[in-house]
Write a protein that binds this ligand. Structure first.
Ligand code: S3P
Length: 174
């Protein structure tokens, strides 16, 4: 294993869990959305609004290629749509152990409804959009994942402890 990659739908907790896991394991956290925002000098919402989604998706590809150069073990938190491009799926898997943080549409809706930073959910009926996108994406997430962790009704710290103590310990000790 090289890096630990957190993957999943918007609002599943990748950033919070990534932050706490990075603290617990004393490994640096890389958040691909933040890397892209830093590189472009504008927010994800502004990138979508001024340059479009396709442009953003290409930035995600470039970001994954750049991460291949990262030598030390990192916790990597991906954007929810990063595995959508087929070429990205192989790139993600090559980076290390992929953990899919799996959440139900209800959990996602509850966690995202008060946040306006996600352009794909700024629509008339975000709940319906979540269900539709999740239905399309779930098989993709499952095909890329090495491990699936259910996050519904769990506190972030609980998930972090489970990943560190059950999943990673298992990998390290075998
Ligand atoms: C997206 C998820 C977002 C961000 C962009 C698109 C998606 O990241 O990359 O708004 O397509 O699911 P988070 O999953 O961190 O919200």
């Amino acid at each position: 294993m090289k890096h630990i990659i957190l993957m999943g739908f918007m609002g599943c907790g990748k950033s919070t869990i990534g932050y706490k896991l990075s603290y617990k394991l004393k490994k640096c956290l890389i958040d691909t959305d933040s890397l892209i925002e830093e590189k472009e000098g504008i927010s994800i919402s502004e990138i979508f609004a001024t340059k479009g989604e396709a442009y953003f998706r290409n930035l995600e590809v470039a970001c994954l290629h750049a991460l291949k150069e990262e030598l030390d073990t990192r916790i990597i938190s991906l954007g929810g749509g990063t595995p959508l491009k087929e070429e990205n799926r192989g790139l993600i898997k090559e980076l290390g152990m992929v953990i899919y943080l799996k959440a139900s549409p209800e959990t996602i809706y509850e966690r995202t409804k008060r946040n306006n930073k996600r352009p794909l959910l700024q629509c008339e009926n975000p709940r319906e959009r979540i269900e539709k996108l999740l239905e399309e994406r779930n098989p993709i997430y499952e095909s890329v994942a090495d491990v699936i962790v259910q996050v519904d009704n769990k506190q972030a710290q609980e998930v972090v402890d489970y990943i560190a103590e059950e999943i990673l310990n298992e990998v390290i000790n075998h």
